[in-house]
Design a binder for this molecule. Sequence first.
Ligand SMILES: NC(=O)NCCC(=O)O
Ligand SMILES: [Zn+2]
Ligand SMILES: [Zn+2]
Length: 466
Amino acid sequence: MTRTVIRGGLVITAAEEVWADVLIEGERVVALAATGSALTQSWTADTVIDAAGQYVIPGGVDAHTHMEMPFGGTSASDTFETGTRAAAWGGTTTIVDFAVQSVGRSLREGLDAWHAKADGRCAIDYGFHMILADVTEDSLKEMDLLVEEGVTSFKLFMAYPGVFYSDDGKILRAMQRCADNGGLTMMHAENGIAIDVLVEQALAAGHTDPRYHGEVRKALLEAEATHRAIQLSRVAGSPLYVVHVSAEEAVAELAQARDKGLNVFGETCPQYLFLSTDELAEPDFEGAKYVCSTPLRPREHQAALWRGLRTNDLSVVSTDHCPFCFTGQKELGRGDFSRIPNGLPGVENRMDLLHQAVVDGHISRRRWIELACATPARMFGLYPRKGTIAPGADADIVIYDPHAEQVISADTHHMNVDYSAYEGERVTGKARTVLSRGTVVVDGERYLGRPGHGRYQSRTTCQYLI
Ligand SMILES: NC(=O)NCCC(=O)O
Ligand SMILES: [Zn+2]
Ligand SMILES: [Zn+2]
């Protein structure tokens, strides 16, 4: 079995920071010991990676991606091959993507379709959540089978009527099922019925520009849906994970629920922390690049998000990576903002943007790892195989240079999309060497990974419940 030693770095996990050497055998971490100790001196290895002056962190776990998802009359532009390669470049070594049930079809068909897209193509490890687009007696029964086979989380939509939307009755039934089978309900919490009225009224008034996307998808309608989702989950007795939280008022709903000791969790995304309605209002239809749902909010909301990340009212930062090219895809919505495909690229940028948050003093180094690696792994049943560096864990490890300076740009990124949402953003820190299950997949400017290295991850149920 190949032995690799990573020497001299600062190992950072959610629990501690320690100057330690890491011994890897094959695909797993087998030991950690203080740098320079007699024990580590005795370790022999086929490969020695010098991490002096660097951080040694667990590979990122991005629990919210949409590779090649059909949406808005087109398909997300990253395939599993290109998207997972870009993730690796950015220091993410596991994604959990959303398989989609089509209306009138079974969950099994949806899941099989996602395996067909992903299997044999991913550069890094991957798992699936299931989007419930059609809650029926049959699909409710199927949920139990999926949980048994390791698809343990289900996304429901209070938004997008006629596409993914479920009414409260369907949501309650799915939540009740999760209460029985241990699944975790993930909620897109926006009042889509009310939003559609406002969309119609905005278009009728000639308000067609991308910025109106932000105006009709009101913070109060995110907060209302978040509140309703929480009450429904209480009635059902099931845990709840609210995805892509962007509004201060929604964070307040989560905080109130969590103060009661409920198993209610929140996720936010870098776009809500670093971008705002200022970008959505860019002229010449450029704002379309920033159309996603929930929408970007006025900058004043960001303080509540950062606070939530510190207090754990928000527990996870995922990307909701759902890229659409500006040319030919976002352009579908010229003259009608409601036809702009919803979603932003970001799977490559998350670890760096969150490190910038460390540099800026918003969060600590350990909290960075907790939000981006450990908690998503726990939340979605991947821990401690993923999300930490410890004996027995998969050797998904990033040697991270905390002093590297970079400017984010579409000219240099690896995502298959023709713009960057963070174009020109200066960040300090960069993944230097990335290991996926013991294999070096990125080494400086060299990509050494391959499609098919990534392995499907069957997941246990949520390990984060109170
Ligand atoms: N978020 C977004 O705009 N697109 C992806 C689909 C979703 O997560 O709702
Ligand atoms: Zn969503
Ligand atoms: Zn999403």
